[in-house]
Design a protein. Structure first.
Length: 119
């Protein structure tokens, strides 16, 4: 009997999280992708605190949005980068959260890099 999609992603997530964690100067950018929305948080794992977050449900993004879900992810990536740079954070560790680095996850990461984050 095979694994369900969720079980498979959870297994990959555990495997990835063994190796990466965020600090206050270099937070972990954790991505969550649902069928309709995309969310990202900058997390300081040492203190267990979310430093910044952005999602496709925010008013700034829903006003600008004209295209598809990839464009939505791009806008969220730009927004999280802007918020972190305003706080003086320019480096991060990217946590794809068990998703393939492809499509919306890749768009978000590329937009965050373009916005001034290094990872």
């Amino acid at each position: 009997m095979g694994l369900t999609k969720l079980e498979r992603r959870q297994r990959i997530k555990k495997r990835v999280r063994k190796h990466i964690s965020g600090t206050d100067t270099k937070p972990r950018l954790s991505v969550f992708r649902s069928n309709r929305q995309i969310y990202v948080q900058a997390i300081d794992d040492l203190h267990g605190v979310t430093l910044a977050s952005a999602s496709s449900l925010e008013k700034e993004i829903t006003e600008k949005l004209k295209g598809d879900k990839k464009e939505q992810a791009r806008l969220v990536g730009e927004l999280i980068a802007k918020r972190l740079v305003e706080k003086g954070i320019t480096e991060a560790v990217f946590d794809r959260n068990g998703y393939l680095y492809h499509g919306r996850v890749k768009e978000l990461a590329d937009a965050a890099r373009k916005g001034g984050l290094k990872f």
